[in-house]
Design a protein around this ligand. Structure first.
Ligand SMILES: Cc1cc2nc3c(=O)[nH]c(=O)nc-3n(C[C@H](O)[C@H](O)[C@H](O)COP(=O)(O)OP(=O)(O)OC[C@H]3O[C@@H](n4cnc5c(N)ncnc54)[C@H](O)[C@@H]3O)c2cc1C
Length: 391
């Protein structure tokens, strides 16, 4: 293990939220990789967007807001090619942003734990750079170290590091923490469970009977993509779909959803689903899908039995399922913060204006009301200002 370094701020995560915070820290004249350090576990720039499926275009995503300072590079998502994969455009723009502002993101660095070390916080992370075979052997001993018991985890072979910091900005998003609700029979399902985070290409489902679960735009996007490909397609949603009579996200609806998120964050409750607060804007493609009977969701099934999903009671029936796609969302990815014991009994972390109320050294960027590209961009200035006031 290398000797610990000490910095003013560690930012975990280089997605929209982390980059926005870094932009303002630099503007307040902190030096990247010296006063503040950014760590990201992904192999390249792009935050969660680099992992999204190729058929997701900027034209089919909700609006992706610009990062602060992006205009200085002559870039805007508003004028980007809407027909290219969103993952490629966002990764390219973030990459250029990082270069232009010389942010020196350290990657692929996975933060395993943040612990309280008195005055400072200690950030423990591992370097996920693929190791040449010889170095792996050296790390494990010539013949590999035998585990004493079956339960004992293998010793990590990735190089381990730690940094001490005065302030922590956690901007780790949600992509690493997919959420799948429990339904009876799911462990014995004869087919394949797939979560949104595993979806790469509709062709993977050619000639399969697919059940899509979820009431948001990801589920709807999958239905539209699978229509021509799957042998059978069933859409189920826990809640009736709240279609909006407009093509873009209703700003009033969105601000009500943001207020719901803010209220939950400020009172330390688990965050509600965003789509439950916004409704679903109905593009022309979606309206046509509803018209031809494709985008008509059934209520949620009651259980899974072999290769079927089963409804009981009034709606009793079954549908064949080779695959169930769970477009059921994500939760904040915060496992590495567990040693700090920030979680309240109510299930969330108490956060107001991006600051954790139980520890003034800790900020959560992109959490709750900031969980959109516009919210994440705003978080940058709000959090950087608070840090500068305390430094
Ligand atoms: C399918 C889907 C579509 C969406 N479409 C839109 C849209 O059209 N418009 C919109 O505004 N919002 C959209 N969102 C929400 C969107 O994800 C956010 O708006 C925004 O991109 C999130 O930025 P972020 O920086 O908070 O998180 P992320 O982009 O997820 O970045 C977090 C970063 O933290 C890193 N990280 C995580 N854990 C660790 C760790 N332990 N150690 C080190 N690094 C770590 C990750 O590698 C990642 O790079 C969408 C979300 C989903 C799931």
């Amino acid at each position: 293990m290398t000797s610990p370094e000490r910095v003013k701020v560690v930012v975990i995560g280089a997605g929209q939220a982390g980059l926005s915070v870094a932009f303002y820290l630099r503007r307040f004249e902190l030096v990247a990789d010296q006063d503040f350090v950014m760590l990201d576990r992904a192999p390249g720039p792009g935050g969660a967007w680099q992992h999204r499926w190729s058929s997701l275009r900027l034209g089919t995503a909700h609006k992706v807001n610009d990062l602060p300072g992006m205009s200085e590079l002559g870039l805007s998502f508003d004028t980007a090619d809407r027909n290219l994969p969103a993952k490629a455009v966002v990764a390219d723009y973030y990459d250029r942003f990082e270069q232009h502002f010389d942010l020196r993101v350290r990657r692929p660095m996975n933060v395993r734990q943040v612990v309280n070390a008195g005055v400072d916080l200690q950030v423990r992370y591992e370097d996920l750079t693929p190791q040449p075979l010889e170095e792996q052997k050296a790390a494990r001993g010539l013949f590999g170290r035998r585990r004493k018991t079956f339960e004992e985890p293998a010793e990590p072979t990735a190089p381990q590091h730690e940094i001490s910091t005065q302030f922590l900005v956690n901007a780790t998003g949600t992509w690493g923490s997919p959420f799948v609700p429990y339904y009876p029979g799911m462990a014995e399902f004869a087919g394949r469970h797939v979560h949104t985070s595993d979806f790469t290409d509709a062709e993977d489902f050619r000639d399969k009977h697919v059940v899509v679960v979820g009431g948001g735009t990801s589920a709807i996007g999958f239905m539209l993509e699978l229509e021509e490909v799957a042998a059978g397609l069933t859409w189920v949603s826990r809640r009736p779909i709240d279609w909006l009579d407009r093509q873009e996200l209703d700003l009033e609806g969105a601000s009500a959803a943001v207020a719901m998120q803010d209220e939950a964050a400020r009172s330390g409750r688990a965050l509600p689903s965003i789509v439950s607060g916004t409704g679903v804007p109905k593009s022309r493609r979606m309206a046509a899908g509803i018209e031809r009977g494709l985008l008509v969701a059934r209520p949620m099934f009651d259980r899974i039995e072999g290769d079927r999903v089963v409804w009981e009671g009034e709606n009793s029936g079954m549908a064949r399922a080779d695959v169930i796609i769970w477009a059921t969302g994500f939760r904040p990815d915060l496992r590495h913060l567990a040693p700090l014991k920030l979680r309240e009994k109510a299930g969330g972390i108490t956060v107001g204006q991006g600051a954790a109320w139980s520890d003034p050294r800790i900020f959560l960027a992109g959490y709750g009301p900031q969980a959109s590209t516009i919210g994440a961009s705003r978080a940058g200035r709000m959090i950087a200002r608070q840090i500068m006031a305390m430094l």
